[in-house]
Write a protein that binds this ligand. Structure first.
Ligand SMILES: [Zn+2]
Length: 300
């Protein structure tokens, strides 16, 4: 990636990528370490961003330290390119990184920053997925001391996390975690894969794209490098299950907009009290619609 180090002062008020070069270099070093030790939470000096922590500052710092003027950026929030948070983040990068193209088409993006979803379309080796993370440590639900959590991670001791899953089985007859499903990376560290639904967890496994996780408030960066094993924590006799979107008769619900039966759906309450289901990935939904109208055109 090309990095334009300093813009002429009369051209822009900010350094390319908003942050100074020293900050970007430090983050890139943390990224390299995170890639070398898959799943390990690498500490870094999270910078102040001109937006509140909790609005994706961790992901934004990763994006800004990696992006070059030859990159194409896509930003999504809950699968949508048009939600307020996604629009603001995309606008901020566009304003501070002259030359960077933005897109809503998944296959055209070289960097995809996301909150709560991984795109439906399988990513490729030339793409980097940046996920915004509120809570980086999967062990935080069972151990409050960070020092003790570090030891447990080092020893690969996730027995208390498994006990928690087992308690779920006893109480509800199944594991009830819907988001942030603890996932073991490369056979050792267990990560919090950020609040993506269970549906998206298998997409991390042996993904061709590099996946980076940035927690701005907690000051941690971790990674799932390309072609790395990512296995959700399960028991031998209780297989991992993703959301299957079936109606009362066991039939797969289709998107009410594009008709797709193989995407993650959002439930939309209607004014009359009924429910509708639509693809959560808006770019995927648009593409399916376009394909359907082209087929109709060819058949006409
Ligand atoms: Zn759809």
């Amino acid at each position: 990636m090309n990095h334009a180090y300093q813009l002429p002062l009369d051209d822009a008020r900010y350094n390319f990528g908003f942050m100074d070069e020293y900050a970007k270099r430090e983050i890139r070093r943390a990224i390299l370490k995170a890639i070398c030790i898959p799943g390990y939470q690498t500490p870094y000096a999270s910078r102040e961003m001109p937006m509140g922590r909790g609005f994706g500052t961790g992901g934004l710092q990763l994006t800004l330290s990696l992006i070059g003027s030859d990159d194409t950026l896509k930003v999504i929030d809950q699968g949508s390119d048009d939600s307020v948070n996604a629009v603001n983040l995309r606008q901020f990068v566009a304003n501070t990184c002259p030359g960077v193209e933005t897109t809503s088409a998944t296959e055209q993006a070289s960097i995809i920053q996301s909150r709560h979803r991984i795109p439906e379309l399988p990513l490729t080796e030339t793409q980097t997925l940046v996920l915004q993370v509120p809570y980086p440590d999967a062990l935080v639900v069972v151990e409050s001391s960070e020092a003790r959590r570090k030891t447990m991670h080092g020893e690969g001791d996730y027995s208390r996390l498994l006990t928690k899953l087992y308690e779920d089985m006893v109480k509800f007859k199944e594991i009830t975690i819907s988001h942030r499903y603890p996932t073991r990376i490369n056979g050792h560290y267990v990560i919090d894969p950020s609040p993506v639904p269970r549906y998206d967890v298998p997409k991390l496994h042996q993904s061709a794209a590099l996946t980076l996780f940035g927690a701005g408030r907690e000051k941690k960066i971790y990674a799932v490098p390309p072609y790395t094993n990512a296995e959700p924590l399960v028991f031998d006799d209780v297989p991992f299950r993703i959301e299957d979107f079936r109606d009362a008769h066991g039939k797969r619900i289709a998107c009410s907009r594009c008709g797709s039966q193989d995407s993650f759906l959002d439930e939309l309450p209607m004014a009359d009290g009924s429910k509708q289901w639509q693809c959560s990935d808006s770019d995927y939904c648009n593409q399916q619609l376009m394909k359907a109208s082209m087929t109709r055109g060819l058949n006409a």
